[in-house]
Design a protein around this ligand. Sequence first.
Ligand code: NAD
Length: 294
Amino acid sequence: MQLLDGKIAAQSIKDHLKEKIETLVATGRRSPHLAAILVGNDGASETYVASKIRNCSEIGFRSSLIRLDAAATEESLIQAIEQLNSDTTVDGVLVQLPLPKHMNESKIIQLIHPDKDVDGFHPINAGRMLQGLTCFVPATPLGILLLLEHYHIETSGKMVVVIGRSNIVGRPISVLMSQDRPQGNATVTVTHSRSKDLPSICRHADIIIAALGKPLFLKADMIKPGAVVVDVGITRVVDPQKKSGFAIRGDVDFETVAPKCSYISPVPGGVGLMTIAALLHNTMMAYEIHHSNT
Ligand code: NAD
């Protein structure tokens, strides 16, 4: 069994971007700029945003964090997005999800300019992705593709089972891996909460992408020997042993599944790190679009 190590793969993407930025800055150009909006102070969201900002600074990107109170009006969030949309020094804009209940996420996502939508959630980018056109691919599915690419995992002609059908992970990764593209050309089965006899479906898979958000769901008897397993799940569970009071669990029962796999991604240290690397990749792409338009 070999680890699909997100730390190593993400670092190689970041090193490449850092080199690019150093060359740009040396020729007098400004560096790419990512702006994140955080509404409220949900613990997990705080951690994710802090990590995005830290990673930007590590590779020489500029970043801005706009914080709004949990009780802020939807109008104030809309104003913040509009301001960033029209700011020519900002390349990428993201709104950290989830938003407080009184805000309409779908409406908010549609207000981000598609050319700055580095999370790739805008319907224009989702539609372009579906048609195989140039677009911002959502960061987690893109991170999975980049992880498979880094470890030279063959996907063409393989049977892939995706567990989960959300708009941010399951649906896009199933579309991407079935397309005629690198890390594509697979025969993909999408499963979800209403799927029957998931274990036998999973046992046919050469590659399993587990993205359902149920800790330790995928067990050893659900995989075929030699399968590649990508664990997307991130769930916080109470753990009094940890200083933070919680531990992070993936969707895969790593201890029992790993010995049966050819490759497996750990949690933490797998797809989560790749998601950030993919976001940086998208921000670089937004910067390049921006510069080709001016
Ligand atoms: P979601 O809740 O939107 O979707 C979960 C999906 O799983 C649904 O489509 C549902 O039908 C399916 N599902 C639920 N129970 C099932 C079952 N018993 N059998 C089969 N399918 C089942 O979740 P999401 O936003 O797609 O996130 C999934 C997981 O991935 C979560 O743990 C989330 O925290 C994690 N995540 C990680 C990253 C990362 O960077 N690593 C990014 C996004 C999400």
